[in-house]
Write a protein that binds this ligand. Structure first.
Ligand code: CAO
Length: 422
């Protein structure tokens, strides 16, 4: 005989309500006694609700993000018979006690239908639910080394999985089973001859930083195009003048200036997110990072106080920073501290790309090769020059509407260069 058994919220002590932060099972899952089914969180603690019964999940009554109160039904299980049920309750109580002492968790009194196990957020270095602590422990993962991607940087199961995957690649001398998997997948001798090239120090560092940025920041990229026909006419005239001073004036210098004007209007783009204090740090300076392609790898020198420099000075400094980067002569002071970075693929080609944010910045602007567009008008064929813009932003800090407004403003400045002096 089968019976539906409800698992409801009990023993949440002083809290009026708590948030559902993770649902650890799905409808149809067969679960074991004492298996954590749902993670709840108050502002002080996180708790996993284990089931006192083994059975099949038939109904999930809550959703992530929902608030639940004492007595609310979390889910319903189909359990097999009454006799088994009696045994389950008994053994669950024992198992729960063992688990609590093993994990060193703060336990609350055992409730009739569920036994929450808790982790005090203040007490633990890593911010994760008890089920995640257990998962990490089983895999031998040090949670303090795992970057959390959940709300308030909470560590999720997939964070541990990506941490393990990353370590598989970074520590070839790790566990034997990992090494075997790696060498098997990277042995191409069956297909033909190969060569191995050691990555440069810069490439190794860049790989690590890019991976961390990609995994740690929810990226979204917004694409747009600015009509730079007039800007280009003006630039070409000015470039002739500046060439006599050995200054090469490229579109990038104008984009730097236009970006500064736009950052002034949208301070949340000239910012860094402090995940610990959950504050946005707004910067009052305008230092623009520039991605420079060098034979050793990618370097990111920073053009400081771009708001205080005219176009000629910006162009001259751009050349200087590019040269220093290629000669590997940049000092630490010339790198770091950027408000935002520009990655320009200039005349190299491509129509758009998705640049990766350079933390602790919250956005990066990518530039691709200008597109020549021919428009047929009443007065004949008119050629337009369009500059493709790819703006990647940290979606924790910037929403899509802000990104669209930011790009529209930037376009406006590039299309009407008099705005550059504002
Ligand atoms: N469309 C068309 N032409 C462009 C352009 C664009 N968007 N941007 C620049 N150009 C032109 C310039 O006007 C210049 O033309 P001339 O040689 O006829 O004068 C030419 O392209 C070369 O410019 P440049 O690359 O020397 O100078 P820059 O100021 O545009 O860029 C720098 C400087 C340091 C950013 C660049 O040399 C560089 O390293 N770019 C690569 C950055 C990179 O790798 N980004 C990707 C990072 S993610 O892997």
């Amino acid at each position: 005989m089968t019976e539906l058994k409800e698992i409801f919220v009990t023993d949440i002590e002083e809290f009026e309500s708590v948030d559902v932060v993770e649902i650890l099972v799905a409808v149809g899952d067969r679960i074991e006694i004492n298996q954590a089914v749902i993670t709840l969180e108050s502002d002080k603690a996180m708790m996993d609700f284990p089931s006192l019964h083994a059975g099949v999940v038939k109904i999930i009554n809550v959703q992530v993000g929902e608030k639940v109160c004492e007595g609310d039904v979390l889910l319903a299980l189909e359990i097999e018979d009454e006799v088994a049920k009696e045994k389950q309750v008994e053994s669950a109580s024992n198992t729960a006690k063992v688990n609590e002492s093993e994990l060193g968790l703060i336990s609350s009194p055992i409730a009739l239908n569920s036994i929450p196990t808790k982790v005090s957020i203040q007490d633990e270095h890593a911010y994760a639910s008890p089920a995640i602590y257990e998962y990490a422990r089983d895999l031998g993962v040090d949670l303090s080394k795992v970057q959390g991607s959940g709300r308030k940087s909470r560590i999720l199961k997939q964070d541990i999985q990506s941490h393990v995957r990353t370590n598989l690649h970074q520590h070839p001398g790790g566990r034997q089973v990992k090494a075997a998997a790696r060498s098997k997948s990277l042995d191409f001798s069956f297909y033909g001859e190969t060569d191995s090239v050691e990555l440069t120090k810069i490439q190794k560092l860049t790989a690590k930083n890019l991976l961390a940025a990609w995994q740690g920041i929810p990226h979204v990229t917004h694409f747009d195009q600015a009509d730079v026909t007039l800007l280009e006419q003006h630039r070409k005239q000015l470039a002739i003048e500046l060439s006599s001073k050995d200054i090469k004036l490229t579109p990038l210098a104008f984009v730097i200036k236009a970006l500064v004007v736009t950052l002034k209007q949208f301070p949340q783009f000239n910012a860094s997110l402090d995940t610990e204090s959950e504050q946005l740090i707004l910067k009052k300076y305008f230092h623009i990072g520039i991605a420079v392609d060098t034979p050793q790898g990618l370097l990111l020198p920073v053009l400081r106080d771009a708001d205080k420099k005219n176009i000629a000075k910006v162009a001259a400094e751009l050349m200087e920073l590019g040269d220093l980067a290629r000669q590997r002569k940049l000092t630490p002071k010339q790198m770091g501290g950027a408000s935002m970075t520009i990655s320009s693929l200039g005349n190299l080609g491509g129509q758009a790309f998705t640049p990766i944010i350079n933390p602790p910045e919250v956005a990066i602007l990518g530039l691709s090769k200008m597109i020549i567009q021919e428009d047929i008008t009443a007065s004949g064929v008119v050629q337009k020059k369009l500059l493709p813009l790819s703006l990647s932003y940290d979606h924790r800090v910037i929403n899509g509407a802000d990104a669209a407004r930011f790009c529209t403003h930037l376009k406006g400045v590039l299309e009407d260069i008099w705005k550059l002096i504002l």
